[in-house]
Design a protein around this ligand. Structure first.
Ligand code: MN
Length: 523
């Protein structure tokens, strides 16, 4: 059970302070959700709307705007109450309703069946493809984080599935979006449920070490703060930051579980106004404490692939204690903690954009949109590279549309097959295996028989019926298959068997002839 909070708590915790229109919007969303969920309780016994408030508060804390916070308050209304999405749209406008709808749809994706790496990766992709908008993903992450915080109220057998899914899908997505605050907490909670013994072991180790460590850290902090003051550098924040239990566990595994070899259990974090201040701070730190050779990492001039920026140095602190110091500007800090969500904090767009969506047809002014876009795109680009897709179209949009022309369908065992839009059961069968493709005799979509030229829809479970004996594909299939994989296999098989093959379309034929002639002429 988490503590009971009010809508005022949500508003107060907004990292990007809400203006009066924003406050009005989230308050109205709360009243609406409260009424819709009236009488409903969570498993833990608290009123259901508490879950909505906590979800909204997480969104506020990471700096999301009023519209997204409102969507967080309303996210379970269509699924769990009699109030419809249309009613939300009528009251709060298309955009908020659209986010709520996206979150509802994401709720239907489940981790099931096979546990292979490919499957997990596909599941992440499908999640993103279904979400279509980054705000939908972020609301879903906040929803899941609160569900993880209250996981002890859930039956044990469900706990494991939810914790696994959180670790492998949700935390990874938070990581890709750079929202380390959410990623870290999700991992720690999931770790606790999945490996309670290891969790306890690492936690105890950490607690012992931390107590011992803290007094040295505090002495170093005092000394560094004094040095900065002397040089006239404004300190925005300087404090010790403990490593998360799960990341400590991962590191311990690399160091034979020997905690004395880990130097950043608690790191000192210094936040100073400008990049120049960062480098000057580095000098001041090194003047007081000798740096360890080869441990100065300048992620300001050379950011990490996910965009992370900071200077790290490992020093011999008070009494020779080895400790890490991280130096960064407030903006770098925000981006490190909140990733893509940080982009809302620095933009004046906060509630202004929403007011347009809510009260007028005009879009956010062009220049704001542009600024926003460049940074989003930078991040999404890296992300997209990660996923191994290359689609220039993508660059023109804020939406997650690099999967736009894809659909994802399940095998009855839960494997995900990634297909181009308008694919058919025959494409699906060939995507599983060419032998399966050749032997298709029928197909079911979500348990119902469908024709072989049926258009598969996103998320459907496709069951392929096959002949026992090997057989040839049907030449007619060439009229409707979408994937080149299926097409070429069918042609090859039929050719081999000497069957009649449908002639190539004229254009292709003509091009082939032209190419042939061109080659001849070269010779
Ligand atoms: Mn929920």
């Amino acid at each position: 059970m988490t503590t009971l909070i009010t809508i005022q708590d949500v508003i107060k915790s907004a990292k990007a302070p809400l203006d009066s229109a924003g406050r009005k919007l989230v308050t109205e969303a709360f009243v609406f959700a409260d009424k819709a969920h009236e009488g409903q309780k969570r498993r833990s016994g608290e009123p259901y709307v508490q879950h909505c408030l906590h979800t909204a508060r997480i969104l506020a804390q990471i700096g999301m705007d009023a519209g997204t916070i409102a969507a967080g308050l309303l996210h379970d209304v269509p699924e769990d109450t009699d109030v419809t999405l249309q009613e939300i749209e009528k009251k709060f406008g298309k955009e908020i309703a659209w986010i709520v709808d996206g979150v509802t749809k994401l709720g239907h994706i489940r981790l099931r069946g096979s546990r292979e790496e490919m499957f997990i990766e596909n599941l992440r992709k499908m999640f993103l493809a279904t979400a279509q908008d980054i705000r939908v993903v972020i609301v879903k992450l906040a929803d899941r984080l609160h569900n993880m915080r209250t996981l002890n109220a859930v039956p044990a057998e469900k706990q494991e599935r939810i914790a696994k899914e959180t670790m492998e899908v949700y935390a990874q997505i938070a990581n890709r979006l750079g929202i380390s605050e959410i990623k870290t907490e999700m991992e720690d909670l999931a770790f606790m449920y999945l490996y309670p013994d290891e969790y306890k072991k690492v936690y105890d180790m950490y607690a012992r070490e931390k107590d011992d460590y803290e007094k040295y850290i505090n002495r170093a902090i005092e000394s560094i703060a004094e040095g900065l003051k002397k040089e006239g550098i404004k300190v925005i924040e300087i404090k010790g930051r403990a490593k998360s239990i799960y990341s400590l566990y991962v590191k311990l595994k690399r160091y034979d579980m020997n905690i004395s070899r880990i130097y950043d259990i608690v790191a000192i974090r210094v936040i100073v106004p400008t990049v120049a201040d960062c480098y000057e701070t580095l000098g001041i730190v090194h003047k007081r404490y000798r740096p360890m050779v080869g441990r100065i990492k300048d992620y300001i001039s050379l950011p990490k692939p996910n965009g992370y920026q900071s200077i790290h140095t490992t020093i011999f602190g008070p009494e020779g204690r080895i400790m890490e110091v991280q130096i960064r500007t407030p903006q770098m800090h925000s981006e490190a903690e909140f990733g893509i969500a940080a982009h809302w904090i620095y933009k004046e767009a906060t509630t202004k954009g929403w007011r347009h969506y809510l009260f007028g047809k005009k879009k956010t002014p062009k220049n704001i949109e542009d600024q926003r876009q460049t940074r989003w795109i930078k991040q999404l680009r890296e992300w997209q590279d990660d996923l191994g897709h290359d689609n220039e179209e993508f660059m023109r949009s804020l939406k997650i549309d690099f999967f736009k022309n894809h659909i994802f369908a399940f095998t009855p065992k839960g494997d995900i097959i990634d297909l181009p839009e308008e694919s058919t059961p025959v494409d699906f069968a060939y995507a599983i295996h060419s032998e399966v493709g050749d032997r298709v005799i029928g197909a079911k979509a979500n348990g119902k028989m469908v024709p072989l030229n049926y258009t598969i829809r996103n998320g459907e479970v496709i069951d392929i019926l096959t002949s026992k004996e090997p057989k040839l594909p049907n030449a007619k299939w060439l009229e409707f298959v979408r994937t080149s994989n299926a097409r070429s296999r069918i042609r090859r098989q039929l050719k081999r068997a000497g069957e009649h093959i449908a002639p190539l379309p004229d254009i292709t034929k003509q091009k082939a002839r032209e190419r042939k002639n061109a080659r001849k002429q070269k010779k």
